[in-house]
Design a protein around this ligand. Sequence first.
Ligand code: ADP
Ligand code: MG
Length: 676
Amino acid sequence: MSDWEADSDEDGPHGASTKPPPTLPAWRPAAAPPPPRARGNPDAGEDREESGGGKNWGSRPASAREPWQSRPLEYRARGSSRGEDRERAPLCFPLDNALVGTLIGRGGTKIKELEESSGCKIQVVKGNCEAMIKIFGGNDKQTKAKMLIDDLIERSSQGNAGERYTKDSFKHPDVGTICYHDSSFGGLKSGYSSPKQSINWASLRENKAKYEAMKWADLPPIEKQFYRESPKIASMSQEEADKWRKENNNITCNDLKDGEKRHIPNPICKFEDAFEYYCDVMENIRKVGFQKPTPIQSQAWPIILQGYDLIGIAQTGTGKTLAYLMPGFIHLDLQPIPREKRSGPGMLVLTPTRELALQVEAECSKYSYKGFKSICIYGGGDRHGQISLVNKGVDIVIATPGRLNDLQMNNYINLRSITYLVLDEADRMLDMGFEPQIMKILLDVRPDRQTVMTSATWPDGVRRLAKSYLKDPMIVYVGTLDLAAVSTVEQKIVIIPEEEKRAFTRYFIDTMKSEDKVIIFVGKKLTADDLSSDFGLQGIPVQSLHGNREQCDREQALEDFKKGRVRILIATDLASRGLDVQDITHVFNFDFPRNIEEYVHRVGRTGRAGRTGEAVTLVTRNDWRIASELIDILERGNQVIPEELISMAERYKQFQLKKEMERDLGRPRGRSRKGF
Ligand code: ADP
Ligand code: MG
């Protein structure tokens, strides 16, 4: 099976836990009468008393799993677990304007048909040359809709779609009239010759290719090969290289180029193996005192320095930033067009959040290679200031897609000279809905650039993005491809009623030691504000981090937390990925995250750089949908699994089965099944 496809994890469960129950003191609720019995869902068999109401969190080792739990664990894109097809972020992809008419059909008939067949909502967003197609719905349905669309486009481009589109049929209120010619590019042919004739797809494609070629014709080829393999690394046999990879966090690599596979460079063992000829890089590494490359670095560096595109999949905190920055510096320095003659920056790093952008920028400046100037462009920051910095001339831009797209559309930044592109934390960028902006940005970046993409996970959306924007990449995974929370973190689950969460959190804070540092994750910005003012009033110093806070307050909050001026940070998932604060001892999930991937990222905020950490997660009855996925993660980390969580997962499974049966029988569903 190709690496482009979703594949299954064949590792299976990592064995049952024999650990004793976690050591966090048992939570005792206030001696108030028990809260009123929540209205349970009889279908789910949920019963508050039976559930223990959060009074204790007994545990059962993984070996006591039910038969349904013992099936092989499989890698799943989010929302596709156990047959459920959960709503997820829209699946977005670009479509040539000339093809939009085919998709929509006369009077919108085709798109309606597609929506009915797939069960998805399909939206077409107007663009200058290309439209953005967004498919809303569950994972499986989105995939089905995409396949139907691909099939339709393919058939119509072969001229046998069974329909002939006239010029008029391309007029659609949402997308405007399609026209594919530009007199400034002599030699381009019109896509259709008369209103009644069918579209000449071959000619449209030819035009597009010509236009692309002309757009970049004045630029010299990009220099990409900067690797001189050391004799020691070159002499490694295949077996030695494989053994080394296995022993270093199970590095696996693959060449995703179609056809004949290329040799995957041997991993390097020491910094000198990659940078012996680049003294400035070596000097910087010596200055910070790193001992040896991290596993992702040792495999990524020889691949990138050889000029290949790369997809790097590794957990957070594994050194991905330097994995792409170091070769990027060398690449930038040795381009045929010298820095001072470039019309704009040479390296672009796209990141999902401002915090991450600032962090990458800090690493860039820390290593200050040959005086390269780097700037950070992000929404919420001073736009004028950012524009004036761009105007002064920069080498490296680290940006969030929204703001960069804004500057690009307004011609404040020229992206033509970018030869090295990084899509950092690609999974997160997709989750945050940045695909349209990325698509627009990349229209202005030369297609023969070198591209590196990092991600902590490898779901379908990231595969699609990689396929669209990387050219014959190699892929490096560190660890297994399935979700796994960092092994250095002890994960404790507390089953608790919603109304007792605050009191438990206070109890948790009271039991913190003076050297502990915790991020408390909440689901909503409002909860973050609410909790932090509550604790503030109780005299507990906290900081909060969420999207509604002013940028300067967010930076201050992070700074206070990093420096240890406060030891409690209350945050939304804005802080769940990428942020590098080394001495966080605890992650406390006040609200369970939106999905299991986010859980893994949150947990990864602690246990960093070889330290151990602890994650405490509050789970309420309303979180029953995730119980089974959470069990999988706990099993893989060899953690204790509370009995309650297991029965929650079973009840949810029963509920789902019943729902399916009802659907099959065509019976209308009675009352709402939300929650229990
Ligand atoms: P990721 O992007 O994979 O989440 P980062 O690039 O933020 O991880 O790196 C996490 C931390 O590890 C940073 O503080 C970074 O300076 C440090 N680091 C990077 N490379 C090494 C190395 N070779 N040895 C030790 N620490 C490293
Ligand atoms: Mg990172």
